[in-house]
Design a protein. Structure first.
Length: 110
């Protein structure tokens, strides 16, 4: 019983949200290890925001993300959208039907 309670506490929505934000920040820092990745990041920010954001502002924006924001973006971008993917290899028979995959984006709403 105790193990179940520990697992549930560890996978509560708040803990999952905090862990996801920490992982995103870590990945951003890992990607900035070198001059080429840093230049790519500056380019992405210039195209997206028209300016370069410092890490403090980037991390503040990450910390400001709420579960409702994630749900709103998922509904707009993921759910009920066309599916595109590529497959390569000898066992393409196991990939599945595109119509089945497309139906999955409609039924898996949050």
């Amino acid at each position: 019983m105790r193990r179940g309670a520990e697992w549930f506490a560890d996978t509560s929505p708040l803990n999952v949200q905090v862990r996801a934000k920490m992982q995103l920040k870590y990945n951003i820092l890992q990607q900035l290890d070198g001059t080429s990745p840093t230049a790519e990041e500056i380019g992405r920010q210039m195209i997206t925001f028209g300016r370069r954001m410092n890490l403090a502002e980037t991390f503040a924006r990450i910390d400001a993300i709420e579960p409702a924001d994630v749900q709103r973006v998922a509904e707009a971008i993921i759910w009920d959208q066309e599916v595109a993917f590529a497959a390569l290899g000898p066992s393409l028979k196991t990939v599945g039907d595109m119509n089945h995959l497309r139906r999955g984006t409609y039924w898996n709403r949050l």
